[in-house]
Structure formats: C-alpha cells, structure tokens
Design a protein around this ligand. Structure first.
Ligand SMILES: [Zn+2]
Length: 343
C-alpha cells in the first residue's frame, strides 16, 4: 500500500470513535518498531518527523525508509507526517519530498520560539493549506501555544500560558480550512511535563471538551502526550541514568480526549525512554558487548512494546483493514471539489 492521506485516517478514526497515535522517528529501528507494533495490533498508523529529525537523518533517508515500510507492511495504512513545520518553506519542502501530511505550526514565529499573532498564524497556515491541498496533502494547524521545548522547537514555559481560546479556534478553522487542529490545554513537550501527577488545575480537559462542542467535525490533536510511565523511568535510573522525578499525561486523560474529538495523539518521549532504558540495561549487564545489534535489537523491541500498548489504549488496534486507502491523486480531487463548493 502506498503512503496514504492523514485526512482519511482521521476521518475513519472519527467514524470509529478512536484515536491514532503519531510516533516520532529519526532512524530505521524506530520505524521498524512502529511497523511491527502496527502489524501485531492491526493498526493504521501515523509516523512523523520533526525538523530536527529531517536534518539528523537527511530526510531522503527517512523518506525511503518509509517507502520500504509501506512496501513491507502492505496491510497497514501508513501516513508520513511533518511534525511542527515552522514556515511555509519547510512545509513546501516536505510536500515536495513526498510527505502525505504536514503540520504548519503558525502558533510560533519562524524561529520556532516566539509566539506569533493570530493574524500571522492564519496567514501562514492558510498559505500552506492552499499549497498542500493542491497536492492532496493533509494539513494540521495549531492554535494556542504548547509548553516545553523539544528538538529546539517550542516556547518553553509551563503550557498554561497560552491555552487555546475556543472562540479563536472556531475562527482559525474557518479562515484556514485545516484538516486537523492541535490545541494547547496544558500539555508540554519533552520528558518534564509535570512536577506532580497532573489534575484539573494543569490539564484543561474542560477546555478541550468545549472546543470539540464548537467544532464537532474538526479532528483535534493532542501534542506532548507521552505518559512518561514510572517503570520506563525506573529502568533508566536503575542502570545508571539520572532522570529527575517527572509525570506525563495519564492515558485515562487521553482516552477522555478521544471520547471528545481527539483523533491524533503525539507520542515521542515514551519511546525515547524505552530505547534508552533497554540500551542502558545491555551496557550495564553485558559490558563486554560491542556489536550495535546487541543493544539496538532490545531497544527496538522495547519501543515496539510501548507503541503496541498505546495503539491498543488509543483504540486504533484492529482497524487497519476497515477501509480501502484513498490515493493522494484522489485526495487532490476531493480538495478541489471542497474549495469549489466553498466558492
Ligand atoms: Zn508537538
């Protein structure tokens, strides 16, 4: 099966009432871990690359690994998505390379750090939507600003400084025509999301529910949604790591989100923790080993386990063969029809 449109995956997820995990990758082992988890759980899946990942890997390597994944796992609907595009040019280069979905994060200026104005966000996002839809490519926008920093991208802070305003969210969707919308409800990027188990004072699920009520047909996206489980932290610290105590987003909160319009859930940190823990364990227990496969294999296996668990928890498991993929060519026609109807 060729790489497919994220719009189709999310439309199907909305019909089925489930969420789809979007997992970040930088290399072959991470892609293999996700595909094996998808096969085991029969899940449609979104694989995403940030700007940092694109430069780390030279994105052509990633793209061809993704084509290999699509070829080797033909039963799995698979999307290649750009995470946090910072500018029109970044999104354009991803579309030209063959990504089937892009995020234009216009909530920040091009530096990826400074919050932008609403009008700046609308202008750049709309420009990306116009270009992407012509190519049959899906667009995720963002309104409100997430906390934390990852891969050098982010405004920093706690995640509560720029929580999404529902009124603005409605206006933003109307003006840009995005397919999916990332909202800020108190989550942050990175491992250090919360200094205690998050409750209603830090995670604004009521805000999410309100936005879904006003935009029932828009696919909502939760960023910074690793759960940062204690057991993964423990493995790292047990084998010489020095993680400070931290809490992520509890899976039950994500599941509450999924019942209220969340269709895409971004997870990166949990997989990083699983990989690092597995590698540390080999180094500590078998210090004589020096073949990279001796620690990359258990690392890949550890990540696969986390991904498979999330796929089950998000509800996407079992849905890989529910629908026939719509080609990107057909998606071009779909969007052309949509914009003709709007005129
Ligand atoms: Zn993000």
């Amino acid at each position: 099966m060729p790489l497919v449109s994220m719009r189709q995956l999310l439309d199907e997820a909305a019909k089925g009432g489930y969420g789809v995990g979007a997992f970040n990758v930088n290399n072959m082992e991470q892609i293999q871990a996700i595909m094996e988890a998808a096969r085991e759980t029969k899940s449609p899946v979104i694989i995403q690359a940030s700007r940092g990942a694109r430069s780390y890997s030279q994105d052509k390597f990633l793209y061809h690994l993704m084509l290999a994944a699509a070829e080797l796992y033909p039963e799995i609907p698979l999307v290649m998505h750009l995470d946090h595009g910072n500018s029109f040019e970044t999104c354009k280069s991803a579309i030209e390379l063959g990504f089937t979905s892009v995020m234009m994060d216009g909530s920040l200026k091009e530096d990826g750090k400074t919050p932008s104005t609403f009008d700046e966000n609308v202008a750049v996002t709309k420009a990306v939507v116009d270009l992407a839809h012509k190519h049959g490519v899906t667009v995720e926008g963002e309104i409100g600003v997430l906390g934390g920093i990852e891969d050098g991208h982010g405004a920093g802070g706690s995640g509560l400084e720029h929580v999404t305003d529902p009124e603005q969210a409605v206006e933003f969707v109307k003006k840009t025509g995005v397919d999916a919308l990332a909202i800020a409800i108190g989550t942050s990027h990175g491992a250090y999301k919360f200094s205690k188990k998050p409750d209603g004072s830090v995670l604004k699920m009521d805000r999410l529910i309100e936005i879904h009520k006003r935009l029932p047909h828009v696919h909502l996206v939760m960023h910074g949604s690793s759960s940062v489980p204690q057991d993964l932290q423990d493995v790292i610290n047990q084998y010489g790591g020095k993680l400070k105590p931290t809490w992520g987003v509890p899976v039950e909160e994500i599941q509450l989100g999924i019942r209220n319009g969340v269709r895409k859930i971004n997870v990166d940190t949990d997989n990083r923790l699983a990989i690092t823990g597995a590698i540390r364990k080999v180094f500590a227990e078998q210090p004589e080993k020096f073949d990279p496969r001796d620690y990359l294999k258990p690392a890949r296996e550890a990540m696969k386990k986390v991904v498979a668990l999330r796929m089950t928890q998000f509800g996407q498991a079992g849905h890989a063969s529910d629908y026939k993929p719509i080609s990107i060519e057909e998606m071009k026609k779909f969007y052309a029809g949509q914009s003709a109807a709007a005129k």
